[in-house]
Design a protein around this ligand. Structure first.
Ligand code: MN
Length: 246
């Protein structure tokens, strides 16, 4: 998918991995959302906004969705699915007026700047267990079957999946849960060395590399806690920079 910002756009903000949950205090996010119009007119959410999403009919995250709806009256919001909130569906996008992005989105910020947007889990190819799990739950059959289950059962399954993934990640090495270097370079080459922005690994960093004489930047967004958050901001003047909020 290709997306171009309007020529008047002067900035864009990127966030991911907020892991909003009904058993967590989401005040930092709600305050941030109120403040966004003073920072930018384009907000990109690159997945795992929610720690789990069991269907658009769940009745969970009412306040958070209302805040997003209010914000989309003022600015443009875009959302790319993460591995935790891959079930965010049509009704959510209709109600919040957020624009859904493809798993891989080429973003043209202006005539000089562009970026490739992904959640990041598809590059963690060393984690075979996770990739197998991913292809199972992303199948149309699995999703349809899951969404037909009673709400209480879906929530129960989501909690179990969350526990399982926490337990599995505790046992995996740091290297396994990071992006695979070769697959990352392949993707970067395929998209002509434009900057890559992703989250998922929770390892906030700016990676500067030279590939084939091309200078390349990979911006890894950090996760949020109840107290601390971070965002990447692009502007014509400053290019890409990280900011922290607390
Ligand atoms: Mn993730």
């Amino acid at each position: 998918m290709k997306l171009s910002l309007s020529s008047e756009a002067s900035s864009a903000v990127f966030i991911s991995d907020l892991h909003l949950s009904d058993d967590r205090d989401n005040k930092l996010f709600l305050d941030f959302i109120k403040n966004v119009p003073t920072i930018t007119d384009h907000l990109f959410i690159l997945g795992d906004l929610f720690d789990y999403w069991v269907g658009d009919d769940s009745g969970l995250y009412v306040k958070e969705c209302e805040a997003l709806r209010d914000l989309s009256r003022k600015i443009n919001i875009f959302f790319l699915h993460g591995n935790r909130d891959f079930l965010v569906g049509k009704k959510f996008f209709q109600e919040t007026q957020i624009t859904e992005l493809d798993e891989v989105t080429e973003l043209y910020l202006n005539d000089k700047s562009s970026a490739l947007l992904i959640h990041g889990d598809t590059l963690c190819t060393d984690d075979k267990d996770y990739q197998n799990f991913r292809s199972k739950v992303r199948s149309i059959e699995w999703k349809e079957k899951f969404l037909l289950k009673p709400l209480s059962e879906r929530i129960e399954i989501a909690h179990q999946m969350r526990e399982k993934s926490r337990e599995a990640n505790r046992q995996k090495s740091q290297a396994i849960t990071d992006v695979n270097n070769e697959d990352t370079i392949k993707l970067i080459e395929k998209f002509n060395f434009i900057p890559l922005i992703h989250g998922h690994t929770h390892r906030r960093k700016i990676h500067k590399n030279i590939y084939d004489n091309h200078e390349h930047y990979r911006y890894v967004l950090g996760d949020w806690t109840e107290k601390y958050g971070n965002y990447l901001i692009w502007s014509e003047k400053e290019n890409f920079t990280f900011n922290e909020i607390s």
